[in-house]
Design a protein around this ligand. Structure first.
Ligand code: PLP
Length: 386
């Protein structure tokens, strides 16, 4: 049976070249990067070099890049760490958006039971945050502003530079979750103007279990992990050298191929959009057309026109060998409607009948023709036209 993977936003396959780059650090250069003997020194050199390579891609200095276990840890460390440090200055208010990843929203929820207050600004129908709304939400006590660079469900890209300018002028730290944009969109940390930034390797054909937190020089941040003095005291725990090497290699390959691949993916995404619109009159596109990531297409079946059970839809697509999701990987499998689509003004029933297609390196036009064909058969079978 044909198998089509269209869930690259959830995770990507490991690039074979990246796997080859990592192998020696599992089998031969296996030393602990904190050991002072030869084995340790070689591991340390690989770790430092990986950090340098990632820092270069971010336009940062190596001393501002810290390895963590992934996007979730980077987000938790940034928001909790910044909130705890800012509390010492009497600041206990956080501004975020309604469409953040759960790693941010749950961190804010946790902090609200520890003396902080959060304001989540709303988004427009395209899933975009208005910098003026962030400005209005800010108070003299605002210590942290955290807004994602691009949304993982609908792909909307946020005006982070404008938001960061406003927030920093008012004395707040600025964090952005760039898990979906690092090595997919061209930017440097100075162009964005942020103090803190999260990224993760498995979204860009790198290994799972490693990410980075960029911390601008001079930023005070309480740490989450206590133990040995690894990562210059910011994050205790034996450094994962093979994964760091894999992250740096994956990031460099992704950047080298970024321009060409973005154009190819945007072309395929537009083709898919047109095919879906021609095939289904009841389909709604979610998210901005202009300011969106090239590989994410999120659509819903309009509940006013057709009644479709979202879970049955995904289940049947899976049976047809098509891997997609209705939203973020962490919440799929549950029948909860997406908090992102609800914030964009969609009704609950429409939110449930949603498919997020996220394309990747292996995606071909032939795959998309197959997907639209099978989707048509499934919708005819399980949908009830109103
Ligand atoms: N932030 C965003 C925007 C994401 O899409 C994800 C993963 O889906 C994460 C954070 C969490 O990253 P990780 O899977 O590396 O923990």
């Amino acid at each position: 049976m044909k198998s089509v993977y269209l869930d690259h936003t959830a995770t990507t396959p490991l690039d074979q070249r990246v796997f080859e780059a990592m192998k020696p650090y599992y089998l031969e250069q296996f030393g602990n990067a904190s050991s002072i003997h030869e084995f340790g020194r070689r591991a340390r050199a690989a770790l430092d070099e990986s950090r340098d390579r990632l820092a270069r891609l971010l336009g940062a200095s190596s001393s501002e890049v810290f390895f963590v276990s992934g996007g979730t840890e980077a987000d938790n460390s940034a928001v909790k760490g910044a909130a705890w440090s800012m509390r010492e200055k009497g600041k206990n208010h956080i501004v975020t958006s309604a469409i953040e990843h759960h790693a941010i929203l749950e961190s804010c929820l946790f902090l609200s039971s520890h003396g902080c207050e959060t304001t989540a600004v709303s988004v427009d129908a395209d899933g975009k945050v208005d910098p003026a709304e962030v400005e209005m939400a800010m108070r003299p006590q605002t210590g942290v502003v955290t807004i994602m660079h691009a949304n993982n469900e609908v792909g909307s890209v946020q005006p982070i530079a404008a938001i960061a300018r406003i927030a920093r002028e008012r004395g707040s730290l600025v964090h952005t979750d760039a898990v979906q944009t690092f090595c997919r969109l061209p930017f440097t940390v100075d162009e964005l103007g942020v103090d803190l930034l999260s990224a993760s390797a498995h979204k860009l054909y790198g290994p799972k279990g490693i990410g980075l937190l960029y911390i601008r020089k001079g930023t005070r941040l309480e740490r989450l992990m206590h133990g040995g003095g690894q990562e210059r005291g910011r994050r205790a725990g034996t450094e994962n050298v093979p994964l760091a090497v894999g992250f740096a290699a994956a990031a460099e390959y992704a950047v080298a191929e970024m321009e060409k691949e973005s154009i190819r993916l945007r072309g395929l995404k537009n083709r898919l959009r047109v095919m879906l619109s021609e095939r289904f009159t009841s389909i709604l596109l979610n998210g901005s057309h202009e300011r969106s990531l090239p590989h994410i297409l999120n659509v819903s079946f309009d509940s006013r026109a057709i009644d479709i059970d979202g879970e049955a839809l995904l289940f049947n697509l899976d049976l047809a060998g098509i891997a997609v999701t209705s939203g973020s990987a962490c919440t799929s499998g549950s029948i909860e409607p997406s908090h992102v689509l609800l914030a964009m003004g969609r009704d609950e029933q429409t939110c449930r009948a949603t498919i997020r297609f996220s394309l990747g390196r292996s995606t071909t036009e032939e795959d998309l023709v197959y997907v639209v064909g099978r989707l048509g058969e499934i919708v005819e079978r399980i949908g009830k036209v109103r």
